[in-house]
Design a protein around this ligand. Structure first.
Ligand code: DP6
Length: 325
């Protein structure tokens, strides 16, 4: 049986940075995100008796050894859950360029989990799929559910799960993704997560989390864009401060990142409301209301530091596209 699944990437408004358990990917805090319709991975998985090892193709090329090892580890988990021993053929395609510095692990492991579980003969519940995806990459757990999603940190494999808090149609906001630097990032998020405990600011970050989560959930529920934006922007700077004060320090921003951050502040003080957030890389995600997308897009196209702009809108989560018997 060959199963093909698609999964969206997601942008976190409240970030996952730091793992309590790095085998199970149990985070120190809950995180909140929105799935993105225009940035996705499509993956097909087929377990075949003629294979003597797993085969992994990503974007029409044999996966690198590092990429392959990570996929094989996840397939191994799926095989153990399903009680099968066959090797698999995995073909995965991102709809965004690899060099754009957009993390593919969230959409990638969400699509692999949905296609792989079904191809192995399992019918997992949506919640069980968030647990499986989490094992591949923490942020992938949030790409399974629809729309606006909360990943509950939990304390164990069974309790660390993601859930939809609102459907995609709840709020017409967008993520204007500003690609400032082409090329792969230097420090993977997996490596960065391990360093957080060395930052003197980390404890303060975690202590403030429950209140921040309560406040942003309330702002999302009420569609209060100003409150929502102020919280998500503070949160991005907060996480990057922890990154920069880790030992050794992790600095993901480039001069172009800062230029776009300052532009967002300038536009805001002149009445064009938008807020920024950044993940483990130099790209800037500008979060705005739908009515402002076009104007922000135009302004970005006039900035020489901007390489490319993509717009992501709220999306449903991962799903099976096709089952071929
Ligand atoms: C900064 O989920 O990529 O994007 O579990 O090691 O694959 P691994 O980490 P990953 O970390 C995401 C970090 C982040 C914030 C976020 O998306 O919440």
């Amino acid at each position: 049986m060959k199963v093909t699944a698609i999964a969206p990437s997601n942008i976190a408004f409240i970030k996952f940075w730091g793992k309590r358990n790095s085998v199970l990917n149990i985070p120190y805090n809950n995180s909140i995100s929105m799935n993105l319709d225009s940035v996705s991975t499509t993956t097909s998985v087929e377990f075949l008796s003629e294979l003597i090892e797993d085969e992994v193709v990503i974007n029409d090329q044999a996966a690198s050894e590092k990429e392959k090892q990570r996929v094989v580890k996840h397939l191994q988990l799926i095989r153990e859950m399903a009680g099968i021993r066959l090797f698999a053929k995995v073909i995965s395609e991102n709809n965004f360029p690899k060099s754009a510095g957009i993390a593919s692990s969230a959409s990638g492991f969400a699509a692999l989990s949905v296609a792989g579980a079904r191809a192995a003969g399992m019918r997992l519940s949506p919640t069980a799929l968030t647990r499986l995806a989490r094992r591949g990459s923490g942020s992938a757990s949030r790409s399974i559910s629809n729309g606006f999603v909360e990943w509950i940190k939990g304390t164990s494999d069974a309790t660390s799960v993601a859930k939809s808090i609102h459907s995609p149609s709840h709020w017409a906001i967008a993520d204007v993704i500003v690609i400032t630097t082409l090329g792969e990032k230097q420090i993977s998020s997996t490596e960065g997560h391990d360093r957080v405990v060395s930052s003197p600011f980390y404890k303060a970050r975690i202590l403030g989390m429950p209140e921040k989560i309560r406040e942003i959930k309330s702002a999302i529920l009420k569609r209060n864009f100003t409150n929502f934006g102020n919280i998500l922007e503070e949160e991005a700077i907060n996480m990057h401060s922890v990154m920069m004060t880790s030992m050794p320090p992790v600095l993901y921003w480039s001069p172009q990142t800062v230029e776009v951050m300052r532009a967002v502040w300038d536009w805001r003080s002149a009445g064009l409301e938008s807020f920024f957030t950044m993940d483990a890389g130099p790209n800037v995600h500008i979060i705005c209301e739908e009515k402002n997308v076009q104007l922000i897009h135009q302004r970005l196209m006039n900035m020489s530091c901007v390489q490319k702009v993509l717009v992501g809108r709220p999306s449903v989560g991962a799903r099976v596209l096709e089952v071929e018997k």
